[in-house]
Structures are given as C-alpha cells and as structure tokens.
Design a protein around this ligand. Sequence first.
Ligand code: FES
Ligand code: FES
Length: 152
Amino acid sequence: MVVDGETRVVAEGSVAKDLLTVLRDELDSLAPKEGCGTGVCGACTVLLDGEPVAACTVLAGDAAGCEIATAATVSTGQGADVAECLRLAGGIQCGFCSPGFVVSITALLERSPAASDTEARWALAGNLCRCTGYGRILAAVRMVQERRGQAS
Ligand code: FES
Ligand code: FES
C-alpha cells in the first residue's frame, strides 16, 4: 500500500489485522489515533483512495494496493488550511480527535466545497470530540470556506 505517498510493504501475516493497527504498530504511521477501536469515534480516520474511512474498521488486506493519506500529509497538503482554521477557531483542545477531524473536514470540502452547516454536521457525525462542543469545529469549517471563497 502507499501510505502518505510512500510505498509500504505489509507482512503477509498482517493482512487480517485492522489497518489502524498495521499503520501504527508496524508502519510507524502515528497520525491516526486509536480511540474506541470499534468504528465509533473517528480518531483513526484516514483517506483510503480519497474516501474517509475509520482505519480500525478496515482489514489491512482490503487496503492492499490502495493509497492511504493520514492527517500527517493531509494537514500539510490539501487540508493545511483546515488544520490552521481548526487551531485559529479554537477547534482543538486536547487534540486527540483532531487528526480525524482534519481528514474528515478536508474530504467534506473536497466533495462539497460550499457545504451547509447541516451537511457538515452529518459529515462529522462519525467524529467524536469530548472537549470543544463542536461549535468551534463548525466555525473552523466556515472559516475555511470563507478563505476559499466558498461561503454559502
Ligand atoms: Fe477507529 Fe474509534 S479508533 S473509530
Ligand atoms: Fe479533545 Fe476533541 S479536542 S477530544
């Protein structure tokens, strides 16, 4: 698989492990975080061939040959302004959920640049944040849209 632009080979014995475990424990790709480990919190969200997925719910074998982008590259690439606006809007407190939010917001604004507040809420329904109360995260989404000239 290609992880953050680099071709990585996964041991055959690891194909039945979940992608998050392989990324973190075997490939030292530490941007995706493990929260629930059961597909509920979104802390492990990565882009799998451009689509946001919870890495803890994907078998590593099913990601064979795929391109995976984690928050490590998304937050410095196409989602750099998302990461910056999250910071400026106060959408980051403890930060544990933030890598998942950066990936999910970036994916949302790629498929729907002028997404409404309601659309953003639905798109982020799989990302849990225990600190910010979500208001500041939604403010960050609007800030990105304003900067990109996509405010609705
Ligand atoms: Fe994957 Fe929570 S750790 S969804
Ligand atoms: Fe702490 Fe979101 S900033 S869980």
